[in-house]
Design a binder for this molecule. Structure first.
Ligand code: BJW
Ligand code: ZN
Length: 278
């Protein structure tokens, strides 16, 4: 007899019962969690910069070909973030971590986002899979540094306009961000297509997932690997995974729960304090 197949549940009460007992919670987040803060997603409206999709500029080849153009793109996104703030979804996750910690329960955020909004919301336990807009790495000595300067170098001031007609600034390499240790050209400390994720970060993420007993999958299209495989792997192991997204994704069918709508509205209800908590 054919096995009966049922889709994911949208029963919030059933989710809340599992949440009440969970001891190690992993939150996997993507660009959709920052959408309500006004940060464009990659594959949604507003995902273009000039005429480029992020995927065209977020590559080592694009940087080798025109480091000035790639720096304009990241400079623009760094400056945009200065006017953005965490939204109720980031706040709910940070609040949950603080509230559950004294109960001996852990929350870790494994994010694909480079915008640091989880950190600004007050989450402490964060693994940034794809790096950060506010870190640089030297292409020569590999030194990694935090950098919140605005603009990051004088030559980028007023550059990086997203308008399709904006001119390519063609900034000479010696005026682009340079390493204070060795003078080498700096690049954004982010993971581009075709690049390996940081082994330590990936190992830590795997350790957290190995011990988790509940996973929240928030605002990701689940198309970019290796992160796209995390939630399906957990689901296969029997860990309940709850997806929060505006729409069904590539992995929805494999999830225990799918809550459709804005995560800034759904997450605060989903992880609100439970009656059974002290
Ligand atoms: C809301 C909402 C609201 C909106 N509420 N929801 C296996 C199979 C096939 C391909 C590969 C594979 N393994 C590797 C690859 C290649 C490649 C890949 O995955 N390609 C796919 C596109 C097919 N992967 C890689 O290259 C990775 N590297 C790698 O695997 O290396 C292997 C290697 C090993 C050893 C040596 C060398 C190599 C690296 C991937 C790096 C991705 N980098 C980027 C750019 C980062 C820097 C930057 O930002 O500029 O990361 S790409 C971009 O996509 C960014 C994101 O983190 C990532 C994921 O996107 P995300 O977050 O899911 O956003 P969206 O826009 O796609 O989705 C938003 C979602 O939110 C939507 O679902 C909306 O509905 C929802 N939403 N508003 C709730 N309010
Ligand atoms: Zn250097």
């Amino acid at each position: 007899m054919a096995e009966e197949t049922t889709g994911p549940s949208d029963n919030m009460k059933a989710f809340r019962e599992i949440f009440a007992k969970a001891k190690n919670i992993v939150v996997l987040s993507g660009a959709g969690i920052s959408a309500e803060s006004g940060v464009p997603t990659f594959r949604g409206a507003g995902g273009l910069w000039r005429t480029f999709q992020a995927q065209q500029l977020a590559t080592p080849e694009a940087f080798a070909d025109n480091p000035s153009l790639v720096w304009e793109f990241y400079h623009y996104r760094r400056e945009v973030m200065l006017s953005k703030t965490p939204n109720p979804a980031h706040d709910a996750i940070a609040g949950m971590e603080k509230r559950l910690k004294p109960q001996g329960r852990s929350v870790v955020v494994i994010t694909q986002n480079i915008d640091e909004l989880h950190k600004r919301a007050g989450s402490d336990n964060i693994l940034e899979l794809h790096g950060s807009l506010f870190k640089t790495r030297c292409t020569k000595c590999q030194d990694i540094k935090e950098n919140y300067n605005s603009p990051i170098v004088p030559a980028l001031k007023d550059k990086g306009a997203p308008d399709p007609n904006a001119e390519d600034a063609r900034i000479p390499e010696d005026q682009l961000p340079r390493c204070k240790e060795c003078g080498g050209l700096l690049r954004p400390h982010v993971v581009w297509f075709g690049e390996a994720l940081d082994v330590q970060v990936l190992n830590q993420a795997q350790q957290e997932m190995a011990k988790c007993d509940l996973c929240l999958l928030v605002g990701t299209s689940s198309v970019v690997y290796p992160a796209a495989a995390f939630a399906p792997m957990l689901a296969m192991r029997g860990v309940p995974v709850a997806e929060f997204n505006l729409e069904a994704t590539m992995v929805t069918d494999k999830m225990k729960f799918h809550f459709e709508g804005k995560c800034g509205e759904l997450l605060p209800q989903a992880v609100a304090r439970h009656d059974t908590e002290p």
